[in-house]
Design a binder for this molecule. Sequence first.
Ligand code: SAM
Length: 267
Amino acid sequence: MKRHEFLRELHKVVGNRNYLEIGVNDGRSLRLARVPSIAVDPAFKVTSEIRCDVQLVKATSDEFFARPDPLAHLRGGRNPWHNLRRGRHPLGRWHRTTLDLSFIDGMHLFEYALRDFVNVERHSDWASVVVFDDMLPRSVDEAARDRHTTAWTGDVYKLIEILDRHRPDLVTVLVDTRPTGQLLVFGADPRNEVLRESYDDVVAEFLVPDPQKVPEAVLDRVRAVPPEALLEAGFWRPLAHARNRGLPRSRGWAPLRDALRRLTAGC
Ligand SMILES: C[S@@+](CC[C@H](N)C(=O)[O-])C[C@H]1O[C@@H](n2cnc3c(N)ncnc32)[C@H](O)[C@@H]1O
């Protein structure tokens, strides 16, 4: 299954109420969204027809997340006093907007993707789904930090090991999509500071000059699940139900985590 086919189906099974995209380019992934969305890219050149209420942000993802209220658009751009006028607490829904589905496909260097995840996670929770693109390079050339191929993944595949090592509380699922695979992350915890605190050490450890030593397991797609198996899994409907009802992590996460582990056990 090709990456955009998988993403199209993913939007359906996640049943997300909002969407964040980092890295838009010509809009071929953004055109799959049907819900209020924010899409960030310093150099987008959208040529696809877009069929959602989207704020297109012309900035880098770091600049976007540094804004005082980056997700305002997902609340219809309302300020807190809107709630007060409607008889609700002013900080009620304004205080925190949770991202249901995020797609990280901006700069293809691992330290950028790591910062994107840290920032996305601050606005996510256990029921959110975060997707990274281009996590399974097919060659060392494709994985180079200094781009010299047409198709380019860069070294974002390093996020697989970084998350496994530093955030064993998350569940990561590698997906065998064409051409270069994707990674889904479940169980986000906005209060977890581990990645933020260890960022400098992680970058110092993983930042090495080309050629990159891409693990054989990555090149051979050892842990990757077939996209069809993931899309057909039974946990999507309960996950959407739990998220929409605002079920707390203490009640919703364990069954989802166990279902995900069963899915990935054979890979
Ligand atoms: C691979 S393309 C995105 C493709 C798109 N998501 C799709 O699937 O059709 C990567 C995009 O990331 C953008 N980009 C590069 N650096 C970025 C950054 N720091 N923040 C956000 N986007 C960035 C580039 O301008 C480029 O358009």
